[in-house]
Design a protein around this ligand. Structure first.
Ligand SMILES: Cc1ncc(COP(=O)(O)O)c(C=O)c1O
Length: 408
């Protein structure tokens, strides 16, 4: 039997009286003659109100200001403002994860009986949300190949209220024709939701192509430092009305500290993205010359089926993801992963350094082999997320993996 600890009597160890601090700033620093250059972190979960009248006006939305962090807090607003600017959006909101941002869009925009048309190449968890989870709420999704515009038109019904695509799909990196999809959606009375995670705003701003909602997992290159899980939802004014209330009621709020970190990451996004895209292009071109590699998927290569569309939509940058198929199949992929110690196997993307993922055992493990084959995924498929190291370092790190793969 564990012995109960005996507490010392009060006169040996007097209990301190705990007085909660109610001051917002140390006395000695009020008022501040200067302002901090780096934004402060506002960790407070709740804010002091002056009076019941003021609380009523703030909570009712008649006055602007913070009351309770689940409804909004300064760090989320600073981050949302920056993202809204980057995406030239009317509105932006920060959610706890990329999936929370997707749930927010669905719950704000759809109701029971509505239908969605969704790309068959969506991120696996997005398909789970849009098909299995949404079905429980009476929302039915139809999966189509969104590169086939006729198939999208055919899938639209009079109850379709949302079309969901990714700018660049995972892992074969097909590019969606956003203007054409927006036109099809709008003609059918639906909104277009674009998951822009694989592109980011430096490569593509889907609102420029008439998308209604734009979503990004900020967990990836937007933050870029592998230390935050967050999501972004941007939207046009016409579809935004229910978003703030849904964010609060369904509880998708973000952490102030995570928002602060992501804002810091975002401040270097432009130079990180420029460098990663240039490295990805050089790596993709080099990989086409390697005998162990059966196929290189990169929208920047003229051989990519969507290259012309990518040039029209993206200009000169085609993203930082390069996907390859190794000739030796799964055995070659296993050997590559074991040998290429400088290319960590991390099932995510958009980190500072080059990483890889193996779709058959991670993002697409829930698909059957034939479903994977129809999406162009084999056991030898590797998705490389190219980082901002020097091009020579990246090439040497990948060459080590290829040398091991060539034995299979
Ligand atoms: C394309 C895409 N969308 C959405 C998400 C979900 O983002 P999060 O992991 O931040 O919830 C991911 C995650 O990998 C993703 O790859």
């Amino acid at each position: 039997m564990p012995r109960k600890p005996t507490l010392p009597p009060d006169d040996v160890c007097p209990r301190p009286t705990i007085v909660p601090s109610t001051s917002t700033q140390p006395q000695s620093t009020q008022p501040q003659p200067t302002q901090p250059l780096s934004p402060p972190i506002h960790l407070s979960s709740v804010y002091r109100c002056q009076s019941p009248e003021q609380a009523d006006r703030l909570l009712g939305g008649d006055d602007e200001g913070y009351v309770y962090a689940r409804d909004g807090h300064p760090n989320a607003d600073m981050l949302a403002d920056k993202c809204r600017e980057l995406h030239a959006a009317d509105h932006a909101a920060i959610a706890a994860t990329g999936m929370a941002a997707m749930s927010l869009a669905l719950l704000a925009h759809l109701k029971s009986g509505d239908r969605a048309v969704v790309s068959q190449q969506l991120y696996g968890k997005s398909l789970t949300l849009l098909e299995d989870e949404s079905a429980r709420l009476g929302i039915v999704s139809t999966r189509v190949n969104t590169c086939d515009l006729a198939a999208v038109r055919a899938a639209m019904t009079e109850r379709t209220r949302l079309v969901v695509v990714e700018t660049i799909s995972n892992p074969i990196l097909r590019v969606s024709d956003l203007s054409a999809l927006a036109e099809i959606a709008h003609r059918g009375g639906a909104a277009l939701l674009v998951d822009n995670t694989f592109a980011g705003p430096v490569v593509c701003r889907p609102h420029d192509f008439d998308a209604d909602f734009v979503l990004e997992s900020l967990t990836k290159s937007m933050n870029g430092h592998s230390d935050v899980v967050l999501g972004l939802l941007c939207g046009k004014a016409a579809v935004w009305q229910r978003v703030p209330a849904a964010l609060s009621a369904w509880g998708f709020a973000s952490s102030p500290f995570d928002c602060w970190l992501a804002l810091r990451g975002l401040s270097t996004l432009a130079i990180r993205a420029e460098r990663a895209c240039a490295n990805a292009m050089a790596t993709a071109q080099w990989l086409t010359t390697q005998h162990q590699v059966e196929a290189v998927h990169y929208p920047g290569l003229p051989t990519h089926p969507d290259h012309d569309l990518a040039r029209r939509q993206f200009g000169q940058r085609f993203g930082s993801i390069v996907t390859i198929a190794l000739r030796g199949g799964r055995a070659a992929a296993d050997a590559f992963i074991a040998a290429a110690r400088d290319v960590p196997f991390c099932p995510s993307l958009g980190e500072l350094s080059t990483t890889l993922s193996h779709p058959a055992s991670t993002s697409h493990r829930g698909h059957s082999e034939s479903q994977r084959a129809s999406l162009g995924i084999t056991g030898g498929t590797l998705r490389l997320s190219i980082g901002i190291e020097t091009p020579d370092h990246i090439r040497a790190a990948i060459a080590t993996g290829l040398a091991a793969a060539s034995k299979h």
